[in-house]
Design a protein around this ligand. Structure first.
Ligand SMILES: NC(=O)c1ccc[n+]([C@@H]2O[C@H](COP(=O)([O-])OP(=O)(O)OC[C@H]3O[C@@H](n4cnc5c(N)ncnc54)[C@H](OP(=O)(O)O)[C@@H]3O)[C@@H](O)[C@H]2O)c1
Length: 252
């Protein structure tokens, strides 16, 4: 893959991502987003993201999963994309062990309704039980269905308290990857819980009404600093870090 910025080079996404520093923040893990969009900002075509992807995109997707301790997603994404347990190559598992990580990341699903298909492949591997992040008032009958199939964590009433949830996910390791969708990304951004944004820009336009990278009723205009920009087959892979807030002197 071609690195365009900060300096032209050839990069291996897996090696490059595993070498990047991602230090936990005070009281919580490092949180990164990963999203693929069209040039006009669509995150889905026909309700799923796959038409926007490519082999290079899947390589970057896997490279980010390879460094994550937890892969978090909103329930709508898990339902639409039919999530499965993580498929982690033996080489990546070994590299993770050497870094002191679990061989595979845990998948964590945020859901108030627990309206998930228990027959989804995601729930089929007892060795890789996902985490369900739900509320204290989630329907008990549905919670019972997932007792054996998942680790159910209740955090918040009515809505999952994402700040507390992210803190709790820190017990599983120092790096959380949020794979969307847009409503979960929006809440994390508005809550100031995002440290890194990975954006794949697919050479396509979609129109339609697909959500964009993040949405929320509240606006949270935050500046980003580009950490790198890679390219393969017309696909752009940008990594951004949240910019430090300007000091009061700079704001004057
Ligand atoms: N292009 C990409 O990279 C990409 C990535 C991800 C997703 N997508 C696409 O985006 C679409 C889904 O995105 P979306 O924004 O509609 O949904 P989403 O963020 O994936 O999921 C929303 C759902 O998550 C649960 N949720 C989120 N925040 C919650 C909270 N604070 N408390 C309790 N539950 C909470 C709720 O689940 P319940 O309804 O179960 O209560 C809610 O309905 C799909 O079409 C998917 O294919 C694209």
């Amino acid at each position: 893959m071609r690195q365009l910025l900060p300096t032209p080079a050839t990069v291996d996404p897996g090696l490059a991502h595993s070498a990047l520093p991602r230090k936990p923040r005070p009281g919580r893990p490092w949180v990164m987003l990963n999203v693929v969009t069209s040039v006009d900002g669509a995150t889905a075509v026909g309700g799923v993201s796959a038409p926007l992807g490519s082999p290079a995109d899947r390589e970057v997707f896997s490279s980010l999963r390879a460094v994550a301790d937890v892969v978090m997603a909103g329930a709508a994404t898990v339902r639409a994309e039919r999530y499965r347990p993580p498929r982690t190559s033996p080489q990546v598992q070994e590299a993770r062990r050497q870094r002191g990580q679990r061989p595979k990341p845990r998948i964590a699903v945020v859901t108030a309704s627990l309206d998930l298909d228990p027959e989804l492949e995601l729930f089929g591997d007892p060795a890789e039980r996902p985490i369900l992040l739900t509320t204290t008032d989630a329907p008990p009958s549905k919670a019972k269905v997932f007792e054996e199939r998942a680790e159910v964590i209740r955090c918040g009433t009515g809505r999952v308290d994402l700040r507390r949830t992210v803190e709790i996910l820190g017990d599983f390791g120092g790096v959380v990857l949020c794979e969307g969708g847009s409503s979960l990304n929006g809440q994390l951004l508005v809550s100031g819980l995002v440290d890194e944004v990975n954006l794949t820009l697919s050479p396509a336009v979609v129109a339609g009404s697909s959500p964009r990278l993040a949405r929320d009723q509240t606006e949270a205009h935050q500046h980003l600093e580009m950490s790198h920009l890679w390219e393969q087959d017309g696909m752009l892979f940008a990594r951004y870090l949240m910019a430090e807030p300007a000091s009061q002197d700079e704001q004057l």
